[in-house]
Write a new protein. Sequence first.
Length: 257
Amino acid sequence: MTSPRTDLSDFASGLATRLPGTWYCEYQHHAQCADQFPHTDELWAAGHVGYIISQYLPAHDAVLHGPANQRLYVADRPHYPHQFVVAPLAPNGTHIKPHHFDAVEEPNGIAVPKDPARAAARVARRVLPRYEQALQAVLDIAADQPDPPHRPAPPQVSQVLTLTLYGDGALGAPYESVPPDARMTLYAHGFQYHPHQSAFLLPTAYGDSGRALRVHSVVQQLTAKGIGVNLRHSALTTGAAPPPTTPKAAPSVGRTR
């Protein structure tokens, strides 16, 4: 933590009385490092103010409480004895959830002179309008979309094509596993039927990118028909191949004298 300046409490109180509307100041000195986390974790400023707070861990701070649940965080600006930093705090409450902030631009904070009157003028002009707009946006989203927009599970389908990438580089599916309604789509995108393997296979001559484009097109067309598509690797062989057998030398036959 940095050494606290003795004038922060007086400055924050003077700033609160000069901001538009009704504000009151809550000053706190932090005996331990962890004591400042509840406020700094709510800091709604990713710019230089957020950097200052994350790097210097203020030993004390103040929170100004204003109209419409607005809260401003006030702290020392290290190495600048004639300035403080003021930044908005994000709205809290059980009804406010992380996804409510996704599409809202952070209002950010600013450095201000230590004169409360001049500081209040800057905060009123540069911080509060953006803060009020962002705060209202979050509250509107919370009202319209209280729960996260989780992606729905896919619908159940009666037909599924499973394409397999085999160990030798071949890509395809056994003929009997291909739904009849999917066979013409495979033909149209370059899959060839190999009767001696009883499988549809996509030639390696297309290259990796060419095969990827064809598989992508197959997926789009089949899923549009209500046919599911899976892509899997063939089962890996875990057992090591036996070493080659070395032929034994033929026994020598002695000469009969």
